[in-house]
Ligand binder design. Sequence first.
Ligand SMILES: Nc1ncnc2c1ncn2[C@@H]1O[C@H](COP(=O)(O)OP(=O)(O)O)[C@@H](O)[C@H]1O
Ligand SMILES: C[C@@](O)(CCOP(=O)(O)O)CC(=O)O
Ligand SMILES: [Mg+2]
Length: 389
Amino acid sequence: MEGFRARAPGKIILAGEHAVVHGSAAVAAAIDLYTHSSLHLLPASEEDGAGAVEVDLRDTGLVFSWPCARLREVFGDRAGAAVNAPRPCSSNELASMAKLLEQEDIPEDKIWLAAGLSAFLYLYTSILGCRPGKAVVKSDLPLGAGLGSSAAFSVSLSGALLAAAGAVRPQAADAGTEWGSFHKEDLELVNQWAFQGEKIIHGKPSGIDNAVSTFGSMIKFKKGEFTNLKSSNPVKMLITDTRVGRNTKALVAGVSERASRHPDAMASVISAVNSISEELSSIVELAADDEVAITAKEEKLAELMEMNQGLLQCMGVSHCAIETVLRTTLKYNLVSKLTGAGGGGCVLTLIPSLLPNSVLEKTTTEIESHGFRCFQVKVGGRGLQFCRG
Ligand SMILES: Nc1ncnc2c1ncn2[C@@H]1O[C@H](COP(=O)(O)OP(=O)(O)O)[C@@H](O)[C@H]1O
Ligand SMILES: C[C@@](O)(CCOP(=O)(O)O)CC(=O)O
Ligand SMILES: [Mg+2]
């Protein structure tokens, strides 16, 4: 039985989250934590309508399965309908999926999974129709913590599903690895489908998370368009997961509500964030080849991150756990900002290249004494990759 495996990275947002939903520029980079999706198509049974679509969500320990006949009742038989023309999920389809999922007895403490399951069902049936198959999803990322697990989920699933449908052609594996990529136009198709999945999970996504998860690297993103940033010096970040659960859809909606209550003030906040992202993106690309130049560059990045954090607070998306991390790192002269939707989740701390290891260790120990979890990631790596098996 042939298998299709895809992995897509999570991301950090260095500047511009939330404001990017309202048209501002933002800067994001892929990180070396991945969501893996694998897919096996099962032979269609002779008896029409037999077989099932199953998804095993390893991070939650839950497996869901729907008879193909039941899926045909909900979605119709749209096999191969418009694989090359991604289209949004209609409100009728969303309502039908919600009804289908009501019968699943999702545990109350995992009810947030319903959004991911709807995205799965929509992507699966849109790309492959209602034919039997089994998908397994597993992630290195904390889910719902600001590191783009929803985009990595939609991108890796779209990659595996489109490869199984024969709509994209995987390239040969890179030397020394089992992973290869896709041609640029294939990545664009994956990205468009993944955006439809993000819409189901986020409500009103900007598209930055699925773009960086698909294409990798570090990007400046504005109104659906993006450019690659060539960072000549590595950007080192400490990530703190506050472990405070939150939901991107609710936070994005909260910022929009604040914007409709205070349109002029919020327009100024969004415009200030745009200037910060534009300046940050040009600083990232500056070539700094001695210690003095590197330090000057890092000081500017830190100051911009600090200003961005202040504006995120203005938008109402900080949290007391985030503020605790900010206060702790400030004691060691280090600057932090939330990343992703905020309201809990993860915080970034810029690690200057000359920072003594002992200071980094002390900072980490003190942050973790509050019950938070710290880790480091590689920034700006590959996007979606694929292998068979
Ligand atoms: N590996 C996964 N397994 C199941 N659902 C997932 C997975 N990754 C993401 N999701 C879905 O995405 C949602 C989290 O997305 P979101 O609130 O945008 O946070 P983030 O993208 O920052 O992790 C989860 O509630 C779930 O519905
Ligand atoms: C808040 C936002 O800018 C980023 C959300 O990222 P995450 O889902 O919290 O990883 C929303 C978006 O751009 O779609
Ligand atoms: Mg998300």
